[in-house]
Design a protein around this ligand. Sequence first.
Ligand code: TMP
Length: 208
Amino acid sequence: MSGLFITFEGVEGAGKTTVLKYIADQMELSGYEVITTREPGGIEIAEKIREIILDTKHTAMDGRTEALLYAAARRQHLVERVIPALEAGKIVLCDRFIDSSLAYQGYARGIGVDEVFQINQFAIEDRMPDLTILFELDPQVGLERIHDNQSREQNRLDLEKLDFHQKVYEAYKHLKTRFPERITAIDANQDLSHVKQVCEKTIKGFLK
Ligand code: TMP
């Protein structure tokens, strides 16, 4: 497999989706073949699973059911979209991947990071990202940003209290120390143009 699998992670409202699009454009201008995608979703089956998971009516969803649905969506997306692109030598930029499950379900929901890692291992069979960019931002700031953005969908996880999002943030900090060779953190408190530059520099440095 000769492509490169790069994932973007962080709390809500950290700017990763916007920066991901910018990076894709820059890399295409530099001559790389790039695909952009997201989790949960990216392909029809996984987008349908996304609708089930994030439906604001589904407040009865059990934490383990939630973790399994994310892992199921991940499996299908990996097999159908990510791996074929990597085999074709492309760079895959993916908005969220396994670290989201470890942080949100494993840590913030309290299921256990190792337990959630295990069910994800079944789904991904060792296909971890080559590089993960972690957008570090106080979740309170992130939630204020998304509150101000009327065009963004409100999903079931957005309805969680600040305390839940604080745990997600803490979890990402742990993950950064657990996978230091894979995860690079960038300060998402800076203004967006600065974050874009730092992210581009990090990825280009990695490519070299
Ligand atoms: P998005 O808003 O970044 O598209 O992500 C959808 C929501 O799903 C977001 O609140 C993070 C959450 N999520 C998890 O809880 N676990 C996961 O494994 C993934 C991929 C996302």
